[in-house]
Write a protein that binds this ligand. Structure first.
Ligand SMILES: *Cc1c(COP(=O)(O)O)cnc(C)c1O
Length: 402
């Protein structure tokens, strides 16, 4: 049985790092304040043409030729995210989705092939099915809990990228990242991981990942007030390719989004330690309910991915799913979700407030079976566990009454 200590230790471990991360480096001269300034700027002025020409395409705004290369607050955030992920360097982009698409655009080429887990974030699937295909890159979906032998059959000479997302969106399959990394590298491909759930509690580069993508919108921003993403890479060669691509694609995030995200990052370990403990409590409470068939939470010992989670993760997140008993229809589940007061109905997760979304009917799967039984996903926020369980309890009354 997982303890609070097991789900929150990774968050505790980050506590000190998050306070200083990125602050000491490359601060502009006025950087006596604790936080970097929000610099809203496009044009950077130079005293003369010689200084402009000497500047070239340097990265940061106190050195940069143009605001699109990034402002100081973006740079501080990039250094902080690189430290949390444990990678070489980080590029901030405008959203989590754009982190996924930028990674795929950067590391594939026409005539290539990518392997995408069937449980990938829906908009990532849509991108590979439409735009990436239009550019001549083929996609094969693989079962997220695939064996190495089966992956050997799916991989092709032209496979450029194995994409992973662990745990999977809505269904929480934990993937064997070291095994996928070994396979990708033996076949000359890169392993890209959507590490959004694992941000801070899964160390991608220690497990053989080449590129880690993040929706910082979730834990780092943490307050449902900003959309922002990041890509972090394992080494300098990948960094050069990524940075070139980001400049070509015009990737950046606005200084206000960067500032909000940096502010969120400073308190991420306390918020997420509390949320991960509450989520475990609510998950256990739900698992004991007669209406519930199973709870899809990686830290529950009867969850199929539990052993891999225990081996590879330093903690758990606030997001998991609940499968109701077969006798409950999707319609009766919807009545239950509509009756909840403390769980907002809405997309996204990782923020301070609890949220709910139906899984059944809203996720697409082509290599595995999509959930057919009534299933919903919960983001556990900072409310009290007692209040949240009380709200779910009255939700079950609505479920049984309908
Ligand atoms: C939310 C999410 C994204 C996209 O992030 P946005 O910032 O909302 O674009 C990507 N991947 C996963 C796993 C997500 O949950």
């Amino acid at each position: 049985m997982s303890s609070h200590e097991e789900v929150s230790r990774g968050w505790e471990r980050l506590a000190t790092l998050l306070i200083r991360a990125g602050r000491d480096e490359n601060l502009p001269a006025e950087g006596k304040f604790v936080n970097p300034p929000v610099t809203r700027g496009s044009t950077v002025l130079f005293p003369d043409l010689a200084s402009l020409n000497a500047q070239g395409m340097k990265r940061y705004d106190h050195e940069a030729i143009y605001g699109a290369m990034g402002t100081p607050v973006q740079h501080v955030l990039e250094r902080a995210v690189a430290l949390v992920e444990g990678g070489e360097d980080t590029q901030i982009v405008s959203s989590g989705l754009s982190a996924c698409t930028t990674a795929l655009l950067t590391f594939t080429a026409s005539g290539g092939h990518v392997l995408i887990p069937d449980s990938a974030y829906g908009p990532t699937r849509r991108f590979t099915d439409t735009m990436l295909r239009r550019f001549g890159v083929e996609t094969t979906y693989y079962p997220p809990c695939v064996s190495v032998a089966e992956m050997e059959r799916l991989i092709r000479p032209e496979t450029q990228v194995i994409f992973a997302e662990s745990p999977g969106s809505h269904t929480f399959e934990i993937q064997d990242i070291p095994a996928l990394s070994d396979l990708a590298h033996r076949h000359g491909a890169l392993l890209i991981l959507d590490n959004t759930w694992g941000f801070g509690i899964f160390e991608p580069f220690r497990h053989g990942v080449d590129v880690s993508v993040q929706a910082l919108t979730k834990y780092a921003a943490g307050h449902s007030d900003a959309i922002i993403g990041a890509l972090t890479v394992a080494d300098k060669t990948l960094w050069k390719r990524l940075r070139d691509a980001a400049i070509q694609l015009g990737q950046l995030a606005g200084p206000d989004e960067c500032w909000l995200t940096l502010r969120g990052l400073r308190t991420m370990s306390v918020r997420l330690a509390r949320q991960s403990c509450s989520a475990l409590d609510v998950a256990r409470w739900l698992a004991d309910r007669p209406e519930v068939e199973r709870v899809l939470h990686p830290a529950l010992p009867d969850f199929p991915g539990y052993e891999l989670w225990k081996r590879d993760f330093n903690g758990a997140g606030p997001l998991f799913s609940v499968v109701l008993k077969e006798r409950y229809s999707r319609k009766s589940m919807e009545n239950m979700l509509d009756s909840l007061h403390l769980f907002g109905i809405g997309a996204s997760w990782g923020g301070f407030e609890s949220l709910v979304l139906p899984t059944t009917g809203s996720v697409s799967r082509t290599a595995t079976e999509a959930p057919v039984q009534a299933t919903f996903r919960l983001n556990i926020g900072l409310e009290s566990v007692r209040d949240l369980c009380g709200d779910l309890e009255q939700g079950f009354s609505a479920l049984n009454g309908s």
